[in-house]
Design a protein around this ligand. Sequence first.
Ligand code: SAH
Ligand code: DHB
Ligand code: MG
Length: 222
Amino acid sequence: MTQPTWDAVDAYFSDTLVGHDPVLEAASAAADAAGLPHIAVAPNQGKLLHLLALTVGARRILEVGTLGGYSAIWLARALPADGTLITLEIDPKHAEVARGNLARAGLDKVAEVRLGSALDSLAVIGAEGGEPFDLVFIDADKVNNPAYFAWALKLTRPGSLIVVDNVVRGGAVADAASADSAVVATRRLHDVIAAEPRVTATSVQTVGSKGYDGFTLARVQN
Ligand code: SAH
Ligand code: DHB
Ligand code: MG
């Protein structure tokens, strides 16, 4: 579902506050040329992720679901020179496009694309026992969101922020009787978060050039 006014307003916001960005435009063009689906975050949403990463002072960022690296570029640009972004992708073609885009963006020193099922990669990251992540962006297969959220909690610290994309499911998230596995998982995610004393969270609906959707934002508590 999209509406011309949503596109027009997104174009207006992106033109005024995001601006012309050759690196990001090249990343989108490379994703298009490789036939990747048009499911990256919109420019003004990418900038929101960037602002959230700046706001939490992120030095380590974890992304679940890379696609062509568009959101990864926005997130990694918020990192200091010695920061780290790890982004998880199951599709080798997506990972290859993302690596090229991150290299052209000059971010290949801070950003690492790990190929494989995110649940496997998360287990590896957990076993590596590195420093906690300051921000986690969950944006892969929606049925695994409760499991990704559980991993995000394990891999963060008090003050970290966990962001989950695509939680509205065209409005179906409000349907307790839905049989759609992504809706069932998104509702389960909300139940898990509501019962989790270690986070304080909200979800917001969004409209724009990517249609009608929304984010969940959860802060890990002190
Ligand atoms: N965050 C990206 C968009 C990600 S689209 C952006 O905004 O630019 C979702 C991605 O998750 C796709 O590339 C898909 O291949 C990947 N994905 C789906 N299931 C996955 C899984 N089980 N493990 C890792 N990645 C997965
Ligand atoms: C889909 C996935 C996304 O991450 C998104 O932002 C939009 C759509 C999808 O799988 O259809
Ligand atoms: Mg998404």
